[in-house]
Write a protein that binds this ligand. Structure first.
Ligand SMILES: O=C(COP(=O)(O)O)[C@H](O)[C@H](O)COP(=O)(O)O
Ligand SMILES: [Mg+2]
Length: 441
């Protein structure tokens, strides 16, 4: 008669368990498959993401018992899914390695037959683990010091269209954007080193544009140069950026990968750079409320790995799908030194950030002058706002588009309505003529 193995998963469930201070705690949203109890599902999650497998084994290594995760708390959400809290011994994870963490808690468990839906909502990291990560090189304060911008939102623009410029054309449009009042020129996420615009040639032209714009405006400017590439090439590009005197790099950290981001962070330390973290690819697994990984956790991991800025969504005004309360939580988890969930929020855990600096949340996607005051009202001023189409689409050209954005921010910071401010500011008036207060879809 064959052995029955299902019961071994229940060794990873203990509702009387009280996690210790030095344990990693994960909050999962779990939808068991048909005929599977939540305890069986939770046991499988705790087992497969720590040291278990489907069968009893004929060996028992010395650390096996110590490394077992335990599902210890359950909350029925009333829609077929449950919140399940799982405690992990901190020794299960290699210090300082996001890839290793992800291969455990963001790995096999998504594919188990007994689980119909699984979303990792949040993970608490104890100081003994958190402090093995560097966090941002510059953080909010450091980036503000680079640009000499004390207390307003920082402005970035992608010279749309996404691609198509030659290096010289890109340099020219970058210059117009910068003298119009934007602080940072940003490569789009899919701009790398394509045949029509090689990386170094583009870098050279943008740095010339920055040099001219800084002289003419008296303001400091920067370039979020996209260094996303196979590792050795990425290393070369990061060094080039530093050699040309720019203080920023940009990396699409989810398509490049966590190891690439952590390597870029090591080089950012060496060359004293700030990292702009673009989250392209996140929506493949963050949008479904019952399956995948929360953007909240992605933002948390990006802060630990060491981005200085990270895209977190726009509060209900942009083109990307984002709920205001979620964007607010993403903003809080990257910016606060001690994150506490709001009253009644069971999906998130307290997270003291120890020595890890705060990170700039980036609002971007479908923004234009008419929507900026709302972004500032909801997310505050310690943000970076990326306005691409909303600058390059201005009827009077990129420089006017940049001026209109700057005027909208001035109005918001002074508490003056855009309509009133537009009476004395033509570029803003022209932007409102074209877009009004539309919220792009
Ligand atoms: O290029 C843009 C927006 O351009 P535009 O300003 O023309 O809409 C960014 O890649 C998106 O904001 C990414 O989305 P998210 O910021 O949500 O990750
Ligand atoms: Mg883009």
């Amino acid at each position: 008669m064959h052995e029955h193995f299902d019961s071994i998963y229940l060794e990873f469930v203990d509702e009387s368990y009280k996690p210790g201070k030095d344990e990693v705690i994960a909050v999962f949203r779990v939808t068991p498959a048909q005929g599977i109890s939540i305890k069986d599902a939770a046991g499988r999650i705790a087992a497969e993401s720590s040291v278990g497998t489907w069968t009893t084994l004929s060996v028992k290594p010395s650390w096996f018992e110590k490394l077992k995760a335990k599902a210890y708390r359950f909350h029925d959400l009333g829609d077929g899914s449950w919140l399940v809290w799982v405690a992990y011994p901190v020794e299960l994870f290699e210090e300082g390695s996001i890839p290793n963490f992800a291969s455990s808690i963001l790995g096999n468990i998504f594919g188990m037959k007994a689980i119909a839906g699984l979303r990792v909502e949040d993970v608490y990291f104890p100081p003994s683990y958190l402090e093995t990560f560097p966090g941002p090189n510059k953080g909010i304060q450091g980036v503000r010091e680079i640009l000499g911008i004390k207390d307003r939102p920082i402005l970035a623009t992608v010279p749309k269209p996404k691609l198509g410029y030659t290096p010289e054309e890109y340099g020219r449009v970058a210059y117009e954007i910068l003298i119009g009042g934007i602080d940072l020129v940003k490569d789009d996420e899919n701009f790398a080193s394509q045949p029509f615009c090689r990386f170094e040639a583009r870098l050279k032209e943008v740095m010339k544009a920055i040099d001219r714009a800084e002289k003419e405006t008296g303001e400091r400017k920067g370039y979020l140069a996209n260094v996303t590439a196979p590792i050795r090439e990425m290393e070369k590009r990061i060094k080039l950026v530093a050699d040309y005197g720019n203080k920023f790099i940009m990396i699409d950290f989810l398509t490049a990968g966590w190891a690439a981001l952590q390597h870029a962070r090591e080089l950012a330390e060496e060359y004293d750079l700030a990292i702009h973290g673009h989250r392209a690819f996140h929506a493949a697994f963050t949008r479904n409320p019952k399956h995948g990984v929360s953007m909240f956790l992605v933002a948390k991991l990006a802060r630990m790995a060491g981005v200085d800025h990270v895209h977190v969504g726009t509060p209900g005004v942009g083109k990307m799908d984002a709920k205001t309360r979620e964007v607010l939580e993403h903003t809080r988890i990257v910016r606060e030194q001690y994150y506490r969930p709001k009253e009644g929020d069971l999906f998130h855990l307290e997270q003291p950030w120890s020595n890890i600096k705060p990170v700039f949340p980036v609002a971007s996607g479908g923004l234009h002058p008419g929507t900026l005051p709302e972004v500032i009202r909801v997310m505050g001023k310690d943000i970076i706002m990326q306005v691409g189409g909303g600058v390059l689409g201005h009827p009077d050209g990129p420089e006017a588009g940049a001026r209109a954005v700057r005027q909208a921010v001035e109005a918001a910071m002074k508490g003056i309505s855009l309509d009133e401010y537009a009476r004395e500011h033509r570029e803003l008036a022209r932007a409102l003529e074209k877009w009004g207060y539309v919220r792009p879809v």
